[in-house]
Write a protein that binds this ligand. Structure first.
Ligand SMILES: Nc1ncnc2c1ncn2[C@@H]1O[C@H](COP(=O)(O)OP(=O)(O)OP(=O)(O)O)[C@@H](O)[C@H]1O
Ligand SMILES: [Mg+2]
Length: 318
C-alpha cells in the first residue's frame, strides 16, 4: 500500500530523514515512533504529499508521490484522511457542519452529505451532538468529530499525528479502540505518529522507531517489545539491574506461551531452586507477552540452559 525506499529529506543543509525504507501493508495499523524532532511528522507529511523529498522513492498504491501533478495530488489526498493532536475543528461551525465540510468542498449533494455525516457521527458515538459546537465538547469528543470528518471521503488510509497526545489515558484508550474498530470495519490502513509507547502497545501491529531521521528499529510490535535490542532498550529507558553473583538468564515468552507453568515445571523437573530477579508481563495488541530474569548458580547453568533449549524458548544470558 505504502512503499518507501531509500527516502531522504533535507531542510536546507539539514538532513531530517535518512535513508528510510519501509513497506506498510493494506489494512495494517502502523506506528511511527520517536522523540521530539525525530522526523515523524515530516515522514507523515511526505506520505500525503504535503512535503517534497530530496531523493528516494515514496509510492502509495504504486504511484510515486513526487511525480503527481497538481490535480492528481488533489485526487490522491482525497484518499488519505488525517487527524491531529489539536483536532483542527472550526469553532463557529457545529459538529455536523465540521464533518460535512470536506464533502461540501467536493460538491456532494445535500442528501448524500446528510446521510454520510449522520452515519459517521453514529460510528464515532456522537449521534446526540450533531448541533453542538466544538467548545461544548470534551477533548475525546472533539477527536471523535475529527475522526468522522477524516472519513467522509471514504479514504483508504488514515494518518494520525499525535491524535491522542492531548488526551488523558482513559480517553486515549477509547480513541484507540475506535481507531481499531474503524480499521477492522472499514479496512482502512492506519499510520499513526506517536511518542507514547503505550499507544504503540495498545494498537500497532508494526512499528518504526525513528531517531534523528534514522531508523533504529522496525519490526512487528510484539517482537520489538518482547526482545528489544540495545537501541530499543535505550529508547524505552530500561536499564537492567541484575545480581553480580551467579548466572542471570533472561527468558522471553512469546504470545500464547504458558509462562508461569514453564517456570514452575522447570523448577520441579530439574529439582532446583532459582531466584526470580524480575519479570514483567505486558499486553501488546491483545496478546500477553513477557520476559523474566532468573538467577541460578554457576554449577546449574548447563542443566538449565539445556532444559530451556529443549523447550524452544527464546533466552539469553545477561
Ligand atoms: N519547515 C521546516 N523547516 C526547517 N526545518 C524543519 C521544518 N519542519 C521540521 N523541521 C525540522 O525537522 C526535524 C524533524 O521535525 P518533525 O516535525 O518531523 O519532528 P517530529 O518527530 O514530528 O517531532 P515532534 O514529536 O516534536 O512533533 C526537526 O529537527 C525540525 O526542527
Ligand atoms: Mg511531530
Amino acid at each position: 500500500m505504502i512503499n518507501i525506499k531509500n527516502l531522504n529529506k533535507h531542510y536546507g543543509d539539514v538532513k531530517v530523514l535518512n535513508n528510510i525504507s519501509i513497506d506498510i501493508k493494506k489494512g495494517e495499523i502502523f506506528a511511527i515512533v520517536g522523540h521530539s524532532g525525530a522526523g515523524k511528522s515530516t515522514l507523515m507529511r511526505c506520505i500525503n504529499g504535503l512535503e517534497d523529498y530530496s531523493d528516494g522513492s515514496l509510492q502509495v498504491k504504486n504511484k510515486e508521490i513526487k511525480n503527481l501533478k497538481k490535480n492528481e495530488l488533489r485526487e490522491f489526498r482525497k484518499n488519505i484522511g488525517m487527524i491531529f493532536q489539536h483536532f483542527s475543528l472550526i469553532q463557529r461551525k457545529t459538529v455536523f457542519e465540521n464533518v460535512a465540510l470536506p464533502m461540501q468542498l467536493w460538491g456532494y449533494s445535500k442528501d448524500e452529505i446528510s446521510k454520510k455525516v449522520k452515519d459517521l457521527l453514529s460510528l464515532v458515538g456522537l449521534d446526540e451532538k450533531l448541533q453542538s459546537y466544538p467548545s461544548e465538547l470534551s477533548g475525546g469528543q472533539k477527536q471523535r468529530v475529527a475522526i468522522a470528518r477524516a472519513l467522509t471521503l471514504d479514504p483508504e488510509v488514515l494518518l494520525s499525528d499525535e491524535a491522542t497526545s492531548a488526551l488523558d489515558p482513559n480517553t486515549t484508550t477509547s480513541i484507540l479502540n475506535l481507531l481499531k474498530e474503524i480499521n477492522e470495519k472499514l479496512n482502512i490502513t492506519i499510520v499513526l505518529v506517536t511518542h507514547e509507547m503505550e499507544v504503540v502497545k495498545q494498537i500497532a501491529q508494526k512499528a518504526l522507531l525513528l531517531e534523528h531521521g534514522n531508523i533504529i528499529g522496525f519490526d512487528d510490535t510484539e517482537e520489538l517489545f518482547l526482545k528489544p535490542d540495545e537501541k530499543m532498550k535505550e529508547f524505552l529507558g530500561e536499564t537492567e539491574v541484575v545480581p553480580e553473583d551467579g548466572v542471570n538468564i533472561k527468558i522471553y515468552f512469546p504470545k500464547d506461551n504458558a509462562f508461569q507453568s514453564f517456570i514452575t515445571k522447570m523448577a520441579r523437573e530439574l529439582d532446583m531452586d532459582f531466584n526470580i530477579v524480575w519479570g514483567k508481563l505486558e499486553e501488546i495488541n491483545t496478546h500477553i507477552v513477557g520476559n523474566m530474569v532468573i538467577n541460578i548458580k554457576e554449577s546449574d547453568k548447563e542443566k538449565v540452559t539445556n532444559y530451556i533449549k529443549e523447550h524452544e524458548i527464546i533466552w539469553e544470558v545477561l
